[in-house]
Ligand binder design. Structure first.
Ligand code: GDP
Length: 366
């Protein structure tokens, strides 16, 4: 029926018919055409990654981090197909105790290394994130400026599994980031122990952030961690702390003399800087690039990467065997009983281990 206001009496006024209201439910969602989490094929993952599609890349990284065996099968295929596109980056490990200024420094370092273009991925290995859930390395707001940079991507630590497992996942995701064109990779870790070894085994340069001002700088610093460092940088060299930082730098230089010469032929350097006030950031990075030039010329860059490839092959075997053993149903059902027998002194550790391994072997050959 015609609206009464369209009659001649109301000439000049028109009332439109109106349109049918659309459903509030997205029709594509309803019929499944537009489900964001629809599974991609291996080829779609690889294609998206190589084209630098950040959303596909993020999903692929999630797949690598997934503990589900069916996800792992796809993830491994994606990694393999991405391998030919990877390797073309500089990988930097950044370590320091909590409070040393890692986040603040990475924010400043990231902006510095992106000045001349390129793409940066900041990854993390945080063995504590499983326990603390809210990972201290997971919070994007820690790197305020960098997290807004269009060419930077900050990814929190994979949080599930053993340190070996978490580190392996990070190592694997490096392949994906590189295939997506990220030519600078930062791998951050908390400087409190084992995780440095894992990071050291996947980076070209290991940067150790230290602090001055405690009066006993060299105490409590594990010799092994210092030995791994290609560069030691003393942060917070600003204001009243500047002199103390210089003093600490001298002490570190002296301490480094006592260590055997590194295989790279490079003498690790000690610098002071301030991440917060952006002081001498350039010097830090001139050192890193000088190292990369040096080891590319003398061949050590490739030697180190080959060594790392070997290390990860064995790590991968160990990790796979380990999880296959502990996830074996028979083993899982017997483990506690055997452990109790050992605790009660009724069985030696070695015999218990042998028996369990025999059972595992048998169950695998059935
Ligand atoms: P992280 O735990 O190693 O990631 O350390 P943060 O980056 O969170 O820094 C810990 C604290 O040190 C924060 O309060 C920072 O503001 C402060 N800080 C970091 N870098 C500097 C610096 O260069 N100078 C000064 N004075 N403070 C800094």
């Amino acid at each position: 029926m015609e609206h009464p206001e369209n009659s001649d009496e109301y000439k000049g006024l028109t009332v439109n018919k109106g349109i049918e209201q659309p459903s509030s439910v997205n029709p594509y969602l309803r019929n499944g055409q537009f489900r964001r989490q629809s599974k991609l094929s291996v080829a779609e993952y690889v294609d998206g990654i190589v084209k630098g599609n950040v959303s596909v890349l993020g999903r692929a990284v999630t797949l690598v981090e997934s503990l589900r065996p069916e996800d792992q099968v796809i993830a491994q295929e994606v990694i393999e197909k991405c391998l030919p596109y990877s390797g073309n980056s500089v990988r930097i490990g950044i370590s320091g105790v909590p409070g040393a200024g890692k986040s603040t420094s990475i924010d400043a370092f990231g902006l510095h290394v992106l000045k001349d273009g390129g793409k940066l991925a900041v990854l993390a290995i945080d063995p504590s994130s499983e326990r603390t859930k809210g990972s201290i390395l997971g919070d994007k707001t820690r790197m305020e400026r960098l997290s807004l940079h269009p060419s930077a991507f900050i990814r929190p630590s994979p949080s599930a599994g053993s340190l070996g497992g978490v580190a392996r996942k990070t190592r694997e995701t490096i392949v994906l980031w590189e295939a997506a064109g990220y030519d600078r990779i930062f791998v951050e870790t908390v400087g409190v122990g084992q995780s440095e070894t894992a990071v050291h085994s996947m980076v070209d340069f290991f940067l150790l952030i230290q602090l001055a001002g405690t009066g006993d700088e060299l105490q409590g610093i594990k010799r092994g961690i210092m030995e791994m460092a290609d560069g030691i940088i003393i942060n917070k060299a600003d204001g009243d702390n500047a002199d103390k930082a210089e003093l600490a730098a001298r002490q570190f230089r002296n301490a480094l003399h006592l260590f055997p010469a590194p295989e790279s032929g490079w003498t690790p350097q000690v610098l002071t800087y301030s991440g917060f006030y952006d002081l001498r950031i350039k010097e830090v990075w001139d050192m890193v690039w000088a190292y990369i030039d040096f080891v590319k010329k003398n061949g050590y860059f490739d030697v180190r990467r080959n060594e790392q490839a070997k290390y990860w092959m064995y790590e991968s075997i160990n990790e796979t065997l380990r999880s296959s053993f502990y996830n074996n149903g028979k083993i899982a059902s017997l483990l506690e009983a055997k452990e109790n027998l050992v605790l009660q002194g009724k069985l030696t550790s070695f015999v218990a281990a042998r028996q369990l391994l025999d059972i595992y072997r048998e169950s695998n050959t059935l």
